[in-house]
Design a protein around this ligand. Structure first.
Ligand code: G3I
Ligand code: 9MR
Length: 618
């Protein structure tokens, strides 16, 4: 099928402020051509900045000539993009090598420029930067698109043009006739037993559905709502059933929660690890994929992720189901009450089966999401059940004093417990230790802030952070910095979080915004079956790709080599590259959280020291 160029969907324009909407087509036109060009010397967040935020750009010193001219190059200018008028002049920082990319960079700080507009950066001897915005709504369209991406991932649903524009498609994977795999057989549901487990989101570039990865994903989205309800109450995503009542974010998340509920065996409370084909589908559209689907082995990790998420959902959705004065029976039968009961049943199953690790059967090749270390999952589920029930036994089960904190990932969820407790710290029972909770969250935020401060690139990312999905490591660092900032109000923590978003949106050594459809240079060929097979030139918008990954586990499946093996440069914008260029729900969730949080927090943020100094703005 010939590839049709994508027009920006009406839906996206409708939710975008006018100035921004006019800009999107112009930026999109420049995109394909710019992407083929060599890496630019200026590396800057290509989407833009909020007026009050820290604003940094990096200048790569990639050739000997540039380094020589760098000796004389001391200043930089910010220009109004349309007129070329200089609106700000600043000094470049010293040249220093950033280990993940092995390259020398100099930083430009233009935080003092806070007037809304479209700008570019200039310095002697190199091309101007790509244009970027400073605007009070700089992350509104990005935040909405990062959530709309979940709608595009819906299994068991057609996406009509009314909601999906050029990305409209027929329904795929009904999942109404799913077989129980031998690994999942139980007395009530023997091998071959057929059950219905529809809805949910496709995990990533593939079309399978995995409970463990749904855990951190749904949690991160529900946490965004818990922390910034007013922001989401006002947000419209143009999805079905949108309207007054349930905010669109919660409407979309219900699609996946409904699927997750169907993955619990009502006979014992156990939860199947995943629902998948035996092997991966080809690069086809969802409705063209016809392979049989199975539920696979119950696992402790699945039960605990399920318990944690359903406990969170029970409190988040409670205000939206039974009216406050509804009769007791109606409240008992409400969706939230059912979610809490399901969480408790899964928790009980995990208590009785504490070490059932998922073992990939020999006839199954899809994603494993294997995790043998479960102390963090136990603690997280316990913390969420404690917050939702206020039962002290759950706090004790969390073993708080022994629980460390690390940047979260699908297989490392301890931080999620701390982050929930920190948010609810004013409403806990006397057993909880607010001092300990604050100490843990601050400890991680301070550690990340120190790494950011010491970095020649002004990002917290270090060499060991470059794993499969490294962009989500950066975004989850931002997530935890934001938790620190919410407790301490320390401006540096907010600035370090901003730096992580800058990194993902273009202040990186690839000079690439890592989010499809956003920025002048962005991924064009993600490993994402609908983007590969839909006949539309542009990939579906609003998806962050995995990002540089020096392990390059897909190298043997790619017709061309990675351009570099250096941690921050090991990235290939080709649809073969599932290890550096796939999309995934657990990577988009922290993008959605961070975009929303920075948008919501900056409105309330106190100006940092840099904005208190006398501005050289003209
Ligand atoms: O746990 C080990 C650690 O002990 C060791 O030190 C380290 C050294 O590299 O590796 C760690 O294992 C890594 C594991 O993730 C846990 O972090 C593996 O190397 C790494 O290959 C593995 O990558 C996962 C990948 O699936 C392959 O299993 C990614 O995190 C995960 O995001 C990705 O998820 C896939 C699904 O399976 C299928 N759907 C698409 C999705 C996104 O690509
Ligand atoms: O498409 C699959 C992707 O979602 C997974 O992350 C990845 C690793 O499990 O595997 C991809 O599928 C590839 C398979 O592993 C090897 N043969 C080629 C498949 C598609 O490119």
């Amino acid at each position: 099928m010939p590839k049709r160029p994508a027009a920006p969907s009406l839906a996206r324009l409708r939710q975008t402020p006018l100035a921004l909407a006019l800009l999107i087509p112009a930026l999109a036109l420049a995109q394909e051509a710019a992407h083929a060009a060599p890496r630019p010397a200026w590396q800057v967040n290509q989407v833009g900045f909020l007026p009050g935020s820290a604003k940094w750009a990096a200048l790569e010193e990639h050739s000997a000539a540039a380094k020589r001219s760098g000796l004389t190059r001391r200043s930089f200018q910010v220009l109004e993009h349309a007129t070329g008028r200089v609106v700000y002049t600043g000094r470049l920082g010293p040249s220093a090598v950033w280990p993940p990319a092995g390259q020398a960079v100099r930083l430009a700080d233009f935080s003092k420029l806070n007037r809304a507009g479209l700008y570019r950066l200039r310095t002697q001897g190199t091309a101007d930067s790509t244009p970027f915005l400073i605007a009070p709504h700089a992350y509104q369209a990005l935040g909405a698109a990062s959530l709309k991406a979940f709608y595009y991932q819906r299994a068991s649903s057609a996406l009509p043009a009314e909601y999906a524009g050029v990305y409209a498609r027929p329904a795929g994977h009904a999942d109404t006739q799913v077989r129980v795999h031998a690994s999942a057989a139980s007395p009530g549901r023997p091998e071959g037993f057929v059950l219905a487990s529809p809805k949910g989101w496709y995990d990533a570039g593939d079309y399978n559905k995995y409970i463990v990865n749904s855990g951190i994903t749904v949690y991160t989205l529900l946490a965004a709502y818990e922390h910034f309800p007013a922001h989401f109450a006002a947000q419209r995503l143009n999805i079905p059933d949108s309207g007054p009542g349930l905010p669109d974010l919660l409407q979309e998340v219900r699609w996946n929660l409904d699927w997750m509920l169907s993955m619990q065996d009502p006979a014992d409370g156990g939860v199947y690890h995943k629902l998948s084909n035996a092997g991966f589908d080809g690069a086809v559209m969802p409705h063209e994929a016809q392979a049989p689907r199975y539920v696979l082995q119950k696992s402790t990790a699945a039960a605990l992720n399920f318990a944690a998420v359903m406990a969170v959902a029970s409190r988040v959705y409670a205000p939206f189901d039974a009216p406050f004065d509804a009769p007791f029976e109606a409240k008992q039968a409400s969706w939230s009450a059912q979610a809490l009961a399901a969480a408790k049943a899964a928790w009980a199953w995990a208590q009785a089966n504490p070490q059932v690790i998922y073992q990939q059967p020999p006839d199954i090749q899809t994603g494993e999401y294997g995790d043998a270390r479960l102390d963090d999952e136990f603690a997280w589920a316990a913390a969420e059940l404690y917050i939702s029930t206020r039962e002290p036994a759950f706090y004790a089960a969390m073993k708080a004093r022994e629980l460390p904190i690390r940047v979260p990932a699908w297989n490392d969820v301890a931080a999620l417990a701390w982050m929930s407790l920190a948010h609810h710290r004013q409403q806990l029972t006397p057993e909880a230790e607010p001092g300990l909770i604050a100490q843990r969250v601050s400890q991680l935020a301070r550690q990340l802030t120190e790494a950011w401060r010491a970095s020649p690139y002004r990002v917290a990312m270090q060499v060991p952070d470059y794993v499969w999905g490294s962009n989500a490591v950066a975004l989850n660092q931002a997530l935890m910095l934001i938790q620190g900032y919410r407790l301490s109000g320390e401006r540096a923590q907010l600035d370090a979080a901003q730096a992580a978003l800058d990194y993902v949106l273009g202040r990186n050594p690839l000079g690439l915004s890592m989010v499809t459809g956003f920025g002048a240079r962005s991924p064009q060929h993600p490993h994402h079956r609908p983007s590969q097979a839909d006949g539309v030139v542009a990939p579906l918008p609003g998806f962050v790709v995995g990002g540089p990954n020096p392990e390059r586990q897909d190298a043997q499946h790619c017709p061309l080599p990675y351009p570099s093996a250096l941690p921050a440069l090991a990235y290939l914008d080709h649809d073969c590259s599932y290890a550096s260029n796939e999309v995934a729900i657990n990577w988009n969730a922290p993008l959605a959280y961070v975009a929303a949080a920075l948008q919501a927090l900056n409105r309330a943020a106190k100006p940092g020291p840099q904005t208190l100094q006398r501005s050289s703005q003209r």
